[in-house]
Design a protein around this ligand. Structure first.
Ligand SMILES: Cc1ncc(COP(=O)(O)O)c(C=O)c1O
Length: 315
């Protein structure tokens, strides 16, 4: 096995992020619920992408990039954090975002304006077109560039969450379940592979907040990340549990998601977002309702951030 520590990595975040118990939610659900505070990763407003970017931007620097492209929706937390991280490392970020009717400079767009980030909007959902647009811009600017895929969800980015599983293993509690949001797949794939390596007995649940075929994406990304680690583990459907929590559509708030945001805010003073973590927490509530957790079980909810999106005014 190639160790995680042998991969080039830049330091962007503050780790380990804390884990603490949610006392009121635990009482309410009659199980032991904890939260992993990846909303406190220490870059921008926090969030899961910091872990991925530590690996991805180290690769960009190693390859001599001066420009860094990435993409996502107009309110992409990933794009905003990529801009924040790139700026810190002396790289110029260029965000090629899907505009899709968004005009107000709120939430993550406001943060991008504060950072002076170059944002180019495209009117397509086709990623092949978007990556071709990055190539056109890069060629026109004549400087070496690095393209980070949507959500930072390739094998290298997923290593950030393999490492998060290792971090959890070192934090002293054995969890029966981990619950996270699944948007582009890298977080879930990394955690599921990491659990196989470092958290035996922990079941990882990915709460799907988009309509992509995650039953294919998740094991494929797990395998690719395992390959980077020079491992060939047998990946079976037992290694990843998926639940559709998308509701009316990606980035369209759901009733259950908004209720979960309100519950967490009122009972625990923590703020989730309507696009990812609110829907993921709603999935955890559904599992509890269905009796998936015993009173003595330890359930870890990954708070993967998203505060910027909370201020886009959609809850
Ligand atoms: C706040 C937040 N949580 C969860 C996710 C989902 O992570 P992934 O794209 O790795 O599936 C994202 C993705 O953008 C996010 O911004």
């Amino acid at each position: 096995m190639r160790t995680l520590d042998s991969f080039p990595r830049v330091s962007l975040g503050v780790f380990p992020t804390p884990i603490h118990k949610l006392e009121n939610i635990s009482r309410l659900l009659n199980t032991q619920v904890f939260v992993k505070r990846d909303d406190l990763t220490g870059l921008g407003l926090g969030g899961n992408k910091t872990r991925k970017l530590e690996f991805l931007l180290a690769d960009a620097l190693a390859k001599g990039a001066e420009l860094v492209f990435t993409t996502g929706g107009a309110q992409s937390n990933h794009a905003m954090l990529t801009a924040a991280a790139a700026g810190r490392l002396g790289l110029k970020p260029i965000l090629v975002l899907k505009k899709r009717g968004v005009t107000a400079c709120l939430g993550n767009q406001l943060l991008e304006k504060l950072m002076g980030t170059e944002v180019r909007f495209v009117d397509t959902d086709d990623y092949a077109e978007i990556y071709a647009e990055m190539d056109r811009i890069g060629a026109a600017l004549g400087r070496p560039y690095y393209k980070i895929p949507c959500g930072g969800s390739n094998a290298l980015g997923s290593l950030g969450y393999v490492d998060c599983a290792r971090e959890i293993a070192g934090q002293g509690l054995a969890f029966d379940h981990i619950v996270c949001a699944e948007g582009s797949g890298g977080t879930m794939a990394g955690l599921a592979l990491g659990a196989k390596l470092f958290l035996p007995g922990t079941r990882v649940h990915g709460m799907m907040v988009d309509t992509d075929p995650f039953e294919e994406i998740t094991p494929a990304l797990m395998r690719e990340a395992a390959e980077l680690l020079e491992l060939e583990p047998e990946i079976t459907p037992e290694d990843y549990r998926l639940r559709d929590m998308c509701g009316p559509g990606y980035a369209i708030p759901s009733k259950a998601g908004n209720a979960a945001v309100a519950l967490m805010a009122a009972r625990e003073g923590l703020f989730l977002d309507p696009v990812y973590t609110g829907k993921a927490f709603a999935g955890l509530l559904e599992l509890a309702e269905e009796g998936a957790f015993r009173p003595e079980d330890k359930v870890l909810f990954l708070h993967s951030g998203g505060a910027g999106g909370l201020f886009a005014g959609t809850v």
